[in-house]
Design a protein around this ligand. Structure first.
Ligand code: NAD
Length: 295
């Protein structure tokens, strides 16, 4: 039985990443380059607005040339494609992100594929995903990249470990599974990916040395699903009603944190775990794109 679990504070990791980015940004500035990030937000989804504001604030704080393009819900697909094309051709813009979800009348995949892969700082373009699967350098989608940085920072061993990832989304589960099975420093794991059609999920999670929960279901991972001494990484960000809070809700993860705390050797909190890493890695990808523009 582990004595006291280590709390994996993504917030601390993100501060270390940003400190390193400042050095790289200063080098770019010495060469007359300011990392440029264009964020496109269509409509007024409340969660998307919060994310975009946070991305805007943090990129401005690091001295980026950051620009948020807020478009009306009624914006047509053709208009959005036109805007992305303009951004693709703008030399001051090194990274483009189109905040998802997009309204139903717009084909998200078409928009993602219209972004120049050299500016694909979200890492969603098929070129980026393909390079990731092949283990080639490229833009790794931000949440999986952030999870690996937490693993690096806290010196968690992955080689030969059994990692069970819950959730097969294109932005978390699938890319993370591919990263963790690569022949690489933070990979070399045996990876199991479970999802809605997996019978007896607990059978799999109980065998895991490392569990990554990315299902989007509040407190889904309960104590009986976790092996003693496992490392648990909680990606979930779920709003649950809470009348004691001024805003009327609070954020909880996919893991029943209090219940598993006595069993695990390490765990990420929600908030303050994986969340801060996603933006840090977006900033990192944008700096990388700016550096690449010099090559
Ligand atoms: P998604 O809805 O696209 O995918 C969820 C996946 O989980 C699906 O593949 C589904 O098969 C699986 N799943 C859902 N319910 C399940 C169940 N009951 N049993 C087994 N599998 C189940 O979600 P997503 O975009 O990957 O996000 C997942 C969670 O992570 C959400 O809470 C989201 O808010 C959060 N998230 C957090 C960050 C961050 O920065 N921390 C980033 C992205 C997503």
């Amino acid at each position: 039985m582990p004595n006291k679990p280590q709390i994996l504070f993504g917030k601390d990791v993100s501060l270390a990443i940003k400190a390193d980015l400042k050095i790289r940004i200063a080098k770019l500035e010495a060469q007359g380059i300011k990392p440029g990030l264009a964020a496109v937000l269509v409509g007024e989804d409340p969660a998307s607005q919060v994310y975009v504001r946070s991305k805007e604030r943090q990129s401005a704080k690091l001295g980026f040339n950051s620009n948020v393009l807020r478009l009306a819900m009624e914006t047509s697909q053709a208009e959005l494609l036109q805007l992305v094309s303009q951004l693709n051709n703008d030399d001051l813009v090194h990274g483009i992100l189109v905040q998802l979800p997009l309204p139903d009348h717009i084909d998200s995949q078409l928009i993602i594929e219209s972004i120049n892969p050299d500016k694909d700082v979200d890492g969603f373009h098929p070129v980026s995903v393909g390079r990731l699967v092949l283990g080639l350098d490229g833009f790794v989608s931000c949440t999986p990249a952030g999870i690996l940085e937490i693993i690096r920072f806290y010196n968690i061993k992955t080689s030969g470990k059994h990692v069970v990832i819950v959730g097969r989304s294109n932005i978390v589960g699938k890319p993370l599974a591919n990263l963790m099975l690569q022949k690489s420093e933070l990979g070399n794991a045996t990876v199991t990916l479970v999802h809605t059609r997996t019978p007896d999920m607990g059978y799999h999670t109980r065998q895991a040395d490392i569990i990554v929960a990315a299902a989007g279901v509040p407190k889904f991972i309960t104590a009986d699903m976790v092996k003693e001494g496992a490392v648990v990484i909680d990606v979930g960000i779920n709003r649950v009603d809470d009348s004691t809070r001024e805003r009327g809700y609070r954020l909880v993860g996919d893991v029943d944190y209090e219940a598993v705390l006595g069993k695990v050797s390490a765990i990420t909190p929600v908030p303050g775990g994986v969340g801060p890493m996603t933006i840090a890695m977006l900033l990192s990808n944008t700096v990388k794109a700016a550096e690449n523009s010099l090559k």
